[in-house]
Design a protein around this ligand. Sequence first.
Ligand SMILES: C[S@@+](CC[C@H](N)C(=O)[O-])C[C@H]1O[C@@H](n2cnc3c(N)ncnc32)[C@H](O)[C@@H]1O
Length: 264
Amino acid sequence: MYPPPRCFELQSNSRFLFVIFWHSGCFIFLSKFFAVRIDILTLFPAMLDGFFSESVLGRAREAKLLEINVRNTRDWATDKHKTIDGRPFGGGAGMVMKCEPIFAAIEELQAPSCRRIYLTPDGARFTTTKAEQLSHEKRIIFLSGHYEDIDQRIRDSLIDEEISIGDYILTNGTLAAAVVVDALARFIPGVLGGEKSLTSESFTRNLLDFPQYTRPAAFRGMSVPKVLLQGNHGEINKWRLARQQEKTAKVRPDLLQKEPWTQL
Ligand SMILES: C[S@@+](CC[C@H](N)C(=O)[O-])C[C@H]1O[C@@H](n2cnc3c(N)ncnc32)[C@H](O)[C@@H]1O
C-alpha cells in the first residue's frame, strides 16, 4: 500500500488550475483548464441560432474553450399560458417581466461565484476593458429583458451587474447579450488564433486602429501607401501609429484624454 498522495496546489486562477502531487516516490504534475460557462436567458432563443455556431465562436465552442447555453426564460413560467409579463403597478404603457419565472430560472442556473448580468440601456456602458474583465469569470448568466423592463425586485436581489451596449433602445436584450459574449470571448486564451491581434485593436491602447490594405497594390487608380510596400518595419510602425493618432483625434478625441498610450 502506498501512502495517500500529497497534493500541493501550485497556482490557480479563474482559468487554469495547476497541481503537483508527490506520489510513489515521484512528482506528478497536473493542469486543468476551465471553460467559461455562459447561460443566456432570453424570450427569443431562435434569434441566436447560428450566431454562436459560426466562425470564431463556433470554433471556440468546439474546442471547449467556452460553453454557451441559450435558454428560453418562458420555460420557467409555471401557469398554463406560460405567462412571463404583467401590467405595471402605477399604470403606464407596456408590460413588465414578472419575478417568478426569472427568480426560478436564475436560482436554478446559478452556482457559487457565478456573475449575474442584466442587459439594460440604463446600465454601465460596455467597454473593451469590461469585456476583458468578464473573460476571467468562470460562469456568467446574462439576462435579457423585453417589454418596458423587468420587475425591479429582480434587479435589486438577483443581479450583480447591469450593462448597456450603447445609448439607444433595442426591442429586447438578446442581441445585447450576444454582443457582450462575442467581445469577451476574444479575450479567452486560444479563441483568437494569434493573441497578438488583441494588442493592436481599436480601444486596446485608447487609440483607434490603423488602416489596412491588401493586394493588389494599385486598384482603380488608388495606390497603397508606399511605406507599407518597402518592408521597413520601423517606418511601418511609425506610419501606423501616426494614422492611429490622427484618426483618434478626429473621430474619438475623448480617448486621447484617457491613460496615455505607449508604443508596443
Ligand atoms: C425596449 S427595452 C426597455 C427600455 C427601458 N424601458 C428603458 O427605457 O430603459 C427592452 C429590453 O431590451 C434590452 N435593451 C434595450 N436596449 C438596450 C441597450 N442599449 N443595452 C442593453 N440592453 C438593451 C433590455 O434588456 C431591455 O429590458
